[in-house]
Ligand binder design. Sequence first.
Ligand code: AQP
Length: 327
Amino acid sequence: MKKIFSGVQPSGDLHLGNYLGAIKNWVSMQSEFDTTFCIVDLHAITVAQEPVELQRRILDVAKAYLALGIDPKKSTIFVQSDVRAHTELCWILNCVAARMGDMEKMTQFKDKSAKGDVERASVGLFDYPVLMAADILLYDTDVVPVGEDQVQHVELARTLARRFNKKFGDTFVIPQPKLTKEGKRIMGLDDPTKKMSKSASSEYNYITLMDTPDVVQKKIRKAVTDSGSEIVYSDEKPALQNLINIYSLFSGDSTENIEKKYIGKGYGDFKNALADVVVNFLVPFQERVKLMSDEDIKKILNKGAMKANEQAEQKIRDVKDRIGLVI
Ligand code: AQP
């Protein structure tokens, strides 16, 4: 069975982009593959976090995974910081495989640090892609289902794995990124040129999975649209294209069908229908989340961490042996 690994940072409430770009894909992969899904808390601390809020968010992301359909009987679910081998392998890759030249090409660091002050960005933020490579390579991952923004990081994991294998012998599987077609890049509702993001400065950029129906309706009503009023799926109308993608992914309707359905109707009608489609998904999801207890979630995460630790320990021992750290 091919191995799948992916994760989400507990850096804010999950949004439609996280679900449509990544988690939706994970759910459908569980029956066919050996799946491991992580809550990457060590990635979240590359930018400032409030400790109490971070604890809460770790549990909230775990609840979201389960309520969206990740099944602990089929998949291993765990918190990254519960498995020490992630940071250990990250350091080893930093030293023996990653090069400053690779890291300086990483666009996410440039984007994220540009939002604040580059001089004050954490070293961890710069090194984030190497930690992500460690996450992936520890579990002999074949396929990494991610949104488009993370493809460059999976490419780096491939480079580091190849470089390590060449120098120290076959150790790591070379992973492949996997994207969904329409969901690979859900754009901000306030700006269709930038991806929907938890850390966007305006709450009108995203719809979180915990937004109430009123908030969803308001955000969709305020979403920017393109000139004209026809409902057409075209690169010339990027804002509308993004809204049609969201509608299509939630309803299962093809983009052509959606265009046909709305011939002769305007943006207002389409936006009302889109809000209904999103709310119809979110309300039952939120009800499932409310029924989950922290205690039950912690048990699932502990079990997942034990399983992940077993695999990761074997791999890190092999890695240390190959580079001369086992005497
Ligand atoms: N807008 C998006 N469209 C499609 N996929 C997306 N993903 C994120 N945003 C979109 C995918 O969701 C997974 C988890 O992302 P993450 O939380 O690890 O980090 P991120 O990519 O940095 O997501 P955010 O929401 O933008 O978080 P912040 O603002 O904290 O950096 C990944 O597979 C990602 O591709």
